[in-house]
Write a protein that binds this ligand. Structure first.
Ligand code: FAD
Length: 423
């Protein structure tokens, strides 16, 4: 499918765009990837690193409405809404609340599981081709609790996982501290999910997959995407600050920045950003052995290459508000509570001098990404809106997108992911 025909142009070189490019290459397409940054430098740089096919529980669960006042009033909570952003957020928030209907939640979880069950398997050929095995660890992850009430309030989410085939092991306090000797004694029990994996440097991992694609003939263009050219029925090119890139098809993988292209293609979408933060402790001696979610604190501690990364929090404040670094101070306090001995590592690294980061989860109100063709242009395929699970779902999304373009069955029901749900 190379030769004189225009290439397939992937918009965005985050983990979703890079995986789409890699799968398209495997289907024989000539591929160009455009991004204003180097691959893997936006949201895909700083996540918690989990390839977690069990992460199928939508953010909007039944009863979510009663939490909204707390999110508005408690600036130190794990989820906050900035008042100034509330008017712009309102349509998204109303749909978010509507998505918490129990029947809808069941359907969303089913759809996410169908997409992500094969996440590690869908990465496998890409990782092999890129010789990126050293980044991928298949050791499962833990959800650790400091209270019985927390454990009980997580039951509903665990039932949803179990209904969808996730195997969950209950872990006693003694077992937990055996597995995780640096964890504070205040952690009284845990659940272990063994099917999952993690990536020990998400940014470098994305770059290595991108380099592998380039070494097999893909072209990477560093440019600012301004829009698309069409002939009325098909997209024919991508307009950038560096000129027009001809295209036989486009894959829209611009993460949280996808809205303007969607509108240009004549579709509607409710996409906002759940901003999240991380801090890192380089050279930490005290550390998790596997990615560990502190349920009550709603933050992940992940063992990364040469450092521990603590990632989490949700801040609904849009793409343009300045960072609120008090969120990372909260993460630092929580990390010390979780692994008391890490305080020494933090002191060695320099108090208040830890690497810190703000990223923009591309979030739809129903926690489902948008995957599939635009309503008007069958050669424009959407692949964005992966919220909390973009690293997990990227390879599977890439495989599905390549199948759609090749006119083959994707193997899953794509209706729940269609752009048409926002009409
Ligand atoms: C704190 C935190 C923890 C997380 N933990 C996990 C986890 O453990 N597991 C998991 O699966 N997911 C996790 N996620 C979510 C995951 O990181 C995202 O879903 C994923 O990175 C989205 O990838 P993407 O490729 O869609 O977007 P991005 O990585 O944001 O890529 C979009 C690309 O588009 C480019 N772009 C945008 N506009 C333009 C333009 N006009 N011109 C040119 N280029 C443009 C950007 O430069 C960027 O490179 C986490 C997120 C956060 C914030």
């Amino acid at each position: 499918m190379s030769g004189n025909a225009s290439p397939v142009v992937v918009l965005g070189a985050g983990i979703v765009g890079v995986c789409a490019a890699s799968w398209l290459q495997r289907e024989g397409y000539d591929v160009v990837v455009i991004d204003r940054q180097e691959p893997g430098e936006a949201t895909s740089f700083g996540n918690a690193g989990c390839i977690n096919g069990s992460s199928i529980v939508p953010v909007a669960m039944p009863g979510v409405l009663k939490n909204v006042p707390r999110w508005l009033l408690n600036p130190d909570g794990p989820l906050v809404v900035r008042w100034q952003y509330l008017p712009r957020l309102m349509p998204w928030l109303l749909r978010f609340i509507a998505s918490s209907d129990p029947a809808k939640v069941d359907a969303q979880a089913r759809a996410l599981r169908a997409l992500m069950e094969s996440s590690l398997a869908d990465y496998a050929p890409l990782v092999r081709d890129a010789r990126a095995e050293r980044f991928v660890h298949e050791r499962g992850h833990l959800i650790a609790y400091t209270t019985d009430a927390g454990h009980a309030s997580d039951d509903k989410a665990m039932r949803l996982r179990a209904q969808n085939g996730v195997v969950i092991d209950e872990i006693t306090k003694a077992q937990l501290h055996d597995m995780e000797p640096d964890l504070a004694p205040g952690f009284i029990r845990a659940r272990r999910i063994g099917e999952t994996g993690h990536v020990s440097d998400p940014g470098q991992f994305t770059k290595q997959l991108a380099h592998a694609a380039v070494s097999r003939g893909a072209r990477f263009v560093k440019a600012d995407i301004r829009g698309v050219q069409t002939d009325g029925t098909r997209v024919t090119g991508v307009i950038t600050n560096a000129g027009v890139q001809p295209a036989s098809a486009v894959i829209v993988a611009l993460g949280a920045w996808s809205v303007s292209i969607v509108r240009e293609l004549g579709d509607r979408v409710l996409l906002d950003t759940e901003r999240g933060y991380h801090i890192e402790v380089p050279g930490a001696q005290a550390r998790p052995r596997v990615p560990t979610l502190w349920y009550e604190g709603k933050m992940f501690a992940t063992p990364m290459d040469g450092r521990v990364r603590c990632a989490g929090t949700v801040e609904l404040a849009g793409l343009n508000a300045p960072p609120d670094w008090s969120r990372t101070r909260l993460l630092e306090r929580q990390l010390k509570q979780m692994y008391p001995a890490i305080a020494d590592d933090i002191a060695r690294a320099g108090e208040g001098a830890l690497p810190r980061w703000l990223g923009f989860r591309p979030s739809t109100p129903d926690s489902l990404p948008v995957i599939g063709p635009s309503a008007r242009f069958s050669n424009a395929i959407y692949a964005f809106g992966h919220g909390h699970v973009g690293l997990t779902a990227a390879a599977s999304t890439g495989r599905v997108v390549a199948r759609i373009l090749a006119g083959q069955s994707s193997g899953i029901d794509l209706e729940p992911f269609s752009i048409g749900r926002f009409r």
